[in-house]
Ligand binder design. Sequence first.
Ligand SMILES: Cc1cc2nc3c(=O)[nH]c(=O)nc-3n(C[C@H](O)[C@H](O)[C@H](O)COP(=O)(O)OP(=O)(O)OC[C@H]3O[C@@H](n4cnc5c(N)ncnc54)[C@H](O)[C@@H]3O)c2cc1C
Length: 520
Amino acid sequence: MNRAEFLDHIKNFNDYWDVVVIGGGATGLGVGVDAAARGYKTLLLEMHDYSKGTSSRSTKLVHGGVRYLQQGDVSLVIEALHERGLLIQNAPHLVSHQSFIVPSYEWWNGPFYGVGMKVYDALAGKLGINKSKNLSKEKTLEKIPTLEPEGLRGGVIYYDGQFDDSRLSINLAQTMHDQGGYPMNYMKVIGLEKNGKGFIEGVKVRDMLNGDDYEINARVVINATGIFSDDILEMDEEGHKKIIQYAQGIHLVLDKEFLPGDSAIMVPHTEDGRVLFAVPWHDKVIIGTTDTPVDKAILEPIALEEEIEFVLRHAAQYLTQDPSRKDVKSVFAGIRPLVKPPDAKDTSEISRSHHIQVSESGLVTIAGGKWTTYRKMAEDTVDQAALVAGLDVKETPTKELRIHGWLKNVDRKDHLYVYGSDKVALNKLIEDEPELGKKLHPDLPYLKAEVVWAVRNEMAQTIEDILSRRTRALLLDAKASVEMAPEVGRLLAKEFGKDDAWVEQEVKEYKQVAKNYILE
Ligand SMILES: Cc1cc2nc3c(=O)[nH]c(=O)nc-3n(C[C@H](O)[C@H](O)[C@H](O)COP(=O)(O)OP(=O)(O)OC[C@H]3O[C@@H](n4cnc5c(N)ncnc54)[C@H](O)[C@@H]3O)c2cc1C
């Protein structure tokens, strides 16, 4: 993918796009892939970088959601387990099986969760992973040696999926382009164009890299802007009734020694009645999350002190070694775009199923849902959008569509596995220029070649694009990522033909973002 080429194509495209998607998170990218794969001329506009919003800040689980089973939302669990199965088939390089242990500290925990997890297994049907089973205390501690042994009676082991959220976003953008679509980053929709009858005929966009404005014609416009959905609805109809409720969730990242081995921990009932996960991820452990109502939609949310204390307190309760603030390698926050029901008491009770609405102007809005179900959300949305736009009705091919980078049996010990089938080309880059095979930091595995690759093939524009979403340095070790920033800046400057002053400014901007991921 090359942004300059995309821009040229858009400028020279004098026709109507069949589908214009606003938002390049899981939802928008899923819609973009679906529409392009059905053969519709599709353009996606993302105001920042792909998955800069909520979609790079998840717990990284491709799951049915044990919690939704507890809440009795069986249809959502069945749908999500089905989608989990499809995603494991369609992106095997990025989605892996993950074992979870539910530790039992009360006599009734084992039988209760044992039966619950059997139901969870059964709901997955043919696309199930391994079967869950009860474990003795010894077996539980064998799997998780750092689990608090005092009062432990045993555990239940079950399986779900795990992935790298922002890498999947990049691969979805690439898939969309492979299918003939154009996913543009750094393009903000600043207005909706309507005809005399009030029907939407296009959008007004601003190139966030140089301030240029364009008008783009569309047969249908899809609002897939997550927590910003109400802003687009407001452009459509002043004073509209707000549909989104914001709920923030945070994660702390610790060194792997806090949770050695391959299994994750799932705590089914925290102080506030939610679930909490501690999951191995890219040789670290991520622990979270919280569910805190917040009143604003922002791209760079900040973890609250009470959320940090909550996660640290629960981690200390279940781990032999109590993590303290100085052990935290990174803290990241994300905001869920929940669709407001009229009567939910708190945000953790709001269903995670998705919601599609069509405005009088023909604007199609898709909101809610979860990463795991992005494909189904996209299918439902494009079905609806095709009707609104009067496009030829076509079935979605995405159930069996391989996602860019598709490769089975990747070697997860080599951190380059996330590139899937692109790893060969990345290695060729290093072969041609051995200097690019050098690491960017002694504490993280990332290579200089990944920066060059991300600029040339994945439309990375800034240091933050590279350190937060092409690699995951910011989430894995925020301080180390700041130390990497000048070298990443120099590599970017070489690719873009920029000077030292540009690098200095880029590094300054990166430090500004990264400081909120560092706990002092
Ligand atoms: C803490 C937390 C943990 C989670 N864990 C999981 C999990 O483990 N598994 C799971 O399945 N789900 C999980 N989820 C849910 C999942 O992450 C979200 O449902 C999903 O990422 C939402 O994607 P989205 O595309 O709707 O929103 P976003 O990712 O926020 O994308 C919306 C995009 O729209 C863009 N945009 C906004 N306005 C404009 C404009 N005017 N012009 C152009 N672009 C615009 C934004 O820049 C943004 O990139 C979690 C969520 C949170 C908060």
